[in-house]
Design a protein around this ligand. Structure first.
Ligand code: CDP
Ligand code: CDP
Length: 195
């Protein structure tokens, strides 16, 4: 049976960085599910049709990592039909041998409720804003407002809101370097693999 790692948490908490590192370390596949919603938002037009017709090339469009694309993503992500269209692809991805790491908002709660390891990655708002602003070369204060707006929208929506699964391990990266955060996640995977 493939080993599935579900990583969720608010914007810029460190999910993707940890997910990539775990996939590399354990030879698992990695899917950044936020990219699906960013691509649907960026395609414009009818979001449900865009989700149905999404191609791998759409995930390579330039600008998908921008703050604007993040805001558009969280708007289309609140539409239940958009989410429903994307469920099967994510579940099929998660079922690949020898294992897969998926990061997003609803992986542990909706997409892969049976994942062997669920991580809920958090960090203080100011820390997340400073990190993302440094990454994109933008203003931290404006970034803080944007992240808070997006987190509030993601947590308040009726379908698959941003929430920790009851059995998720919470990992606070505020005071951790990337290496420290990854080391904690690696230890949790090793613990689960050995039982
Ligand atoms: O995927 P998510 O939006 O949760 O966050 P990320 O893209 O993995 O991380 C956001 C930024 O924080 C990146 O620039 C990471 O390099 C940085 N980061 C950090 O400085 N320290 C950590 N412990 C984790 C991430
Ligand atoms: O990297 P960051 O945490 O800033 O954002 P992302 O993971 O790329 O996600 C962008 C937006 O897509 C989020 O704000 C959510 O609205 C939406 N999303 C979602 O609803 N469900 C997921 N599994 C992943 C992302």
């Amino acid at each position: 049976m493939p080993f599935t790692i579900a990583i969720d948490g608010p914007a810029a908490s460190g999910k993707g960085t940890i997910a990539r590192a775990l996939a590399q370390r354990f030879g698992f596949l990695h899917l950044d599910t936020g990219l699906l919603y960013r691509a649907v938002g960026a395609l414009g037009g009818d979001p449900v049709a865009a989700a149905r017709e999404l191609t791998p090339e759409d995930l390579l469009r330039p600008g998908l990592r921008s703050a604007e694309a993040g805001q558009a993503a969280s708007q289309v992500a609140a539409i239940p039909e958009v989410r429903a269209v994307l469920v099967d692809f994510q579940r099929r991805f998660a079922a690949q041998e020898p294992g897969a790491v998926l990061d997003g908002r609803d992986i542990g709660t909706v997409i892969c409720p049976g994942a062997q390891l669920k991580l809920y990655v958090v960090a203080e708002d100011e820390t997340r804003a400073a990190r993302r602003a440094a990454e994109l070369g933008t203003d931290p204060a404006a970034m803080l407002a944007q992240l808070r707006e997006r987190d509030a929208r993601d947590a308040a929506r009726a379908t698959a809101p941003l929430r920790a699964a009851p059995d998720a391990v919470v990992l606070d990266t505020t005071a951790l370097t990337i290496d420290e955060a990854v080391a904690r996640a690696v230890a949790l995977v090793e613990e689960r693999l050995s039982t």
